[in-house]
Unconditional design. Sequence first.
Length: 446
Amino acid sequence: MNLDELKQAFVARYPGAGEPFVCRVPGRVNLMGEHLDYNGLPVLPMAIDRAIYLAFAPNRDGEFRLANQNPAYPDVSFENSADIAPSPGGAWENYAKAAVQGLNQSLSVEEYPGLDVLLDSDLPDSAGLSSSSALVVGFGMAYLAALGFTLGEDIPRLKLAGILAGAEHYVGTAGGGMDQTAILMGEAGSAIRINFIPFQVDPVPLPDGVAVIVCDSLVKATKTGDAQQRYNAGPASCSLIAALINAHLQAEFGNEFEIECLGELWYGSLCFNRTEVKQLLDTVLPEARIAPDKIARRLNMPVAQVREYWLDSMPDEPEGLPLQARARHVFNEYYRVMEGRDALLAGDVTTFGRFMNASQQSCADDYGISTPELDALCAALRDAGCLGARLTGAGFGGAVVALAPAKEVDRVLREIKESYYRKVVKWEGAIPAFCTTAGAAARYNS
Ligand code: NG1
């Protein structure tokens, strides 16, 4: 990306706005730990070397004017205020509105500056690489500068990640904090392990000689469309499992113990170990599927209330809800993060690759977030010699991440061109797959 060209394009588009600032905000790929973050459980992502770039200058008229070098995203403006109404679902300005509204509330902003922004990107969108959170973080960083705050001094990066994770709920997804944290805390050369209870990050250097390959399945996972409801079914299922656990704990121990998210089984005051959590889950979810009326009886609430609180954000499950499998994924995926981190730290990429394959199986069978194309792409990558391959991010389409010996990458890419792109999705063009290093965190450029 040529930042001078972006700045010149900014000056041409907003004459009179003054010399722009620029920030670079990477996407992320998650190596291990899918749909764990909103449960308060650790994840193992890394920032990648593809990014979005914002050229911006604050203005005093309180207006946000947004333009994008990609003509698919129309110019748009909105007024900054205490209560910014969202645009219809799918509008790209909603990611700016999310960041601005979130920062206005968290920082108790009382005067509302505006921004002129021109955006460019080499990060594919709707591909599970967090282009949406990159937008939220990018607009958040630009707005912080307009408010006169210095990132890392007035506002620690981790704090901003937490604010923007909550702020992104504005667009209608009930996500956790993995993406914003990976983008703001990533380290060149390292994946990071993000702990949510307590919120902290530590680097997990990637062993030498191994390459991270990212392949777009070419199935769009547009999180503002159908995939949004399918995504939100994950947090809703886990919150329902937590409610069933609470009902059980209350019957056993009285009101003393209550969890807000599944991660508190390990990290909250209960401090359960592996065996204890497993036993608890087996006791609370003995059946593969559970019907809404049975849930209502266990929670001692009307079934209509169960529907309103949890089931409305899930697809219909005439056979009952597969909560046992959802819990099994969370439990096993958590241990794959912990043991996968140990394997990476020991330089054991073979074991890590095996965990990646097991994670894909679990995402498909137990969490229901894979697609036939994602399964086929993972299989093609493994057949081509990768050590492991799995979907990355929300699922329902988007990208797959694979680890391969660095010297095998060219051959892997040649083989999947035939075995997946030509054969499965009938794609004849250049293949949307690339190798990425673990990139640096989002930053301002002078
Ligand atoms: P992507 O794939 O970037 O939409 C989503 C959530 C994450 C996490 C993953 C699944 C948002 C912004 N992101 O990521 O918090 O839950 O799915 O691990 O909702």
